[in-house]
Design a binder for this molecule. Structure first.
Ligand SMILES: Nc1ncnc2c1ncn2[C@@H]1O[C@H](COP(=O)(O)OP(=O)(O)OP(=O)(O)O)[C@@H](O)[C@H]1O
Ligand SMILES: [Mg+2]
Length: 254
């Protein structure tokens, strides 16, 4: 059975896709069987991990039941991927009469035995796609950029988590808050850390020990369609994301 991890925050640009790509490729390069699923119509995860434009099917084809899931999965050296594109934003899934919140759960059921981990990247929203991801997940990781504005608005996320727990997925665990673009030398980052710790308390979770530092390699790697691990193995981002994977590994076992 797969362990399913969703990377989510309704704020935009906080490092969801970067973290999803690092987890997918980092776990794959470490020899585990990983599937990355892009549930964001922006389609950035596939782009970050070098999925070519020749990929014929997207996650939407699978959600609509139009093709078998196996046919939509593309294989890369950084793990398997289910990509998305802009058509996911007007998918019509919200018009389905029943079981709208568990379309993803039902769609991936046939391949759960095949993977150790499934990593889901989500859009900067709390919508039906996000709810579908929460409904099927064992763990949530909440990335937050290290600026004060990116910390505001967690109440809505808390409500969504609680509502999913009370109905669709009682076992949903919030693994923690991951601070990204962190710079320990600034007072701001230290203030952010303190505030993030208070927010973590409110949702009964923790701020991860590992912080992801700011660095250009993170922005450059996707331009080359490469995982940061191969693009620049000596970068701070690689050191940090490897430390992050080490930190969470004991908690994400079956
Ligand atoms: N640690 C970091 N250091 C420097 N740049 C970073 C870091 N993390 C992310 N970025 C950059 O910030 C931008 C936003 O990151 P990313 O796409 O991962 O965020 P996101 O939360 O997925 O955004 P969206 O909400 O639009 O999906 C990207 O250009 C990315 O390269
Ligand atoms: Mg993204």
């Amino acid at each position: 059975m797969s362990i399913i991890i969703t990377v989510s925050n309704q704020k935009g640009g906080v490092g969801k896709t970067t973290t999803s790509a690092a987890l997918t490729s980092g776990l794959a390069l470490a020899g585990t069987k990983v599937l990355g699923i892009d549930l964001d119509p922006q389609g950035n995860l596939g782009f970050c991990l070098g999925a070519g434009p020749d990929t014929r099917y997207t996650i939407l084809d699978v959600l609509k039941g139009q093709i078998p899931i196996e046919q939509a999965i593309c294989h890369s050296e950084y793990g398997d991927l289910l990509i998305s594109d802009i058509t996911l934003s007007s998918s019509g899934l919200e018009k389905l009469p029943t079981k709208r919140e568990t379309i993803l759960k039902n769609a991936i059921e046939p391949i759960l035995e095949r993977y150790d981990y499934i990593i889901i990247d989500t859009p900067p929203a709390l919508n039906l796609l996000t709810i579908n991801a929460y409904s099927v997940s064992n763990h949530l990781i909440i990335p937050m950029a290290s600026d004060i504005l990116s910390l505001v608005g967690l109440a809505q996320l808390k409500e969504t988590i609680e509502s999913v727990r009370s109905t669709l997925n009682p076992g949903l665990n919030v693994l923690g808050i991951l601070l990204t673009r962190f710079n320990i030398r600034t007072t701001l980052s230290r203030d952010v850390l303190e505030m993030a710790q208070q927010l973590a308390d409110q949702i009964h979770t923790k701020v991860f020990e590992t912080k992801i530092r700011s660095g250009v390699a993170i922005a450059e790697a996707p331009a080359h369609g490469e995982s940061i691990f191969l693009y620049n193995p000596t970068s701070a981002a690689v050191t940090d994301y490897l430390a992050f994977i080490d930190e969470i590994t004991p908690e994400i076992q079956l």
